[in-house]
Design a protein around this ligand. Structure first.
Ligand code: TYD
Length: 154
């Protein structure tokens, strides 16, 4: 099924000059970019986004690290995009993440781990609504589709 998912390029990615390189990996994979913008996050949106972690001892450090610079919010689109992008992301701790994944290739940290990616269809829908207005996500029509997929895959 054609799906959309949310990726955030975290402040560590901007600071390390890796934004283009990470975006390039999604493009080379064949995911389509249906929306993309820079945003400065604040405490309110971070408390919502990381609601499952607010009680954790590291939440304050995590929240502050996500405010150091703007983030880049990206809406990626493709067949089974949510699971494909999670697979490309790798496990949370960059030291354990498989080589070949983004976290496995670009970071050494459990927190400064390059990207956020939605982890389920439910999360993708909620998170895309959190970071994008409807008009900021574009209908790309059949752009590149005949080269990305077989006719019976879409
Ligand atoms: P989580 O939703 O568990 O992982 P993921 O990003 O892989 O979906 O955690 C969200 C972020 O919280 C994670 O990317 C980095 C941060 N974090 C820590 O700083 N320390 C930790 O021990 C964990 C589990 C997460």
């Amino acid at each position: 099924m054609l799906e959309r998912t949310l990726v955030l390029l975290k402040p560590c990615t901007m600071e390390r000059g890796l934004m283009g390189e990470i975006i390039n990996r999604y493009e080379k994979k064949g995911l389509r970019i249906a929306g993309m913008k820079m945003m400065q996050l604040d405490d309110a949106i971070l408390a919502e986004h990381y609601a499952h972690l607010v009680e954790k001892s590291f939440f304050g450090i995590l929240r502050d690290s996500m405010k150091r610079t703007p983030v880049v919010a990206i809406c990626l689109e493709g067949v089974d995009a949510i699971s494909v992008v999670r697979k490309m992301t790798g496990s949370t701790n960059g030291r354990n993440a498989d080589l070949g994944t983004i976290r496995g290739d670009y970071c050494m940290s459990n927190q400064q781990n390059i990207v956020h990616a939605s982890d389920s269809p439910e999360a993708a829908q909620v998170e895309l609504n959190r970071f994008f207005r409807p008009e900021e996500i574009f209908d790309l029509g059949d752009l590149n589709m005949p080269r990305l997929y077989a006719l019976d895959e879409v």
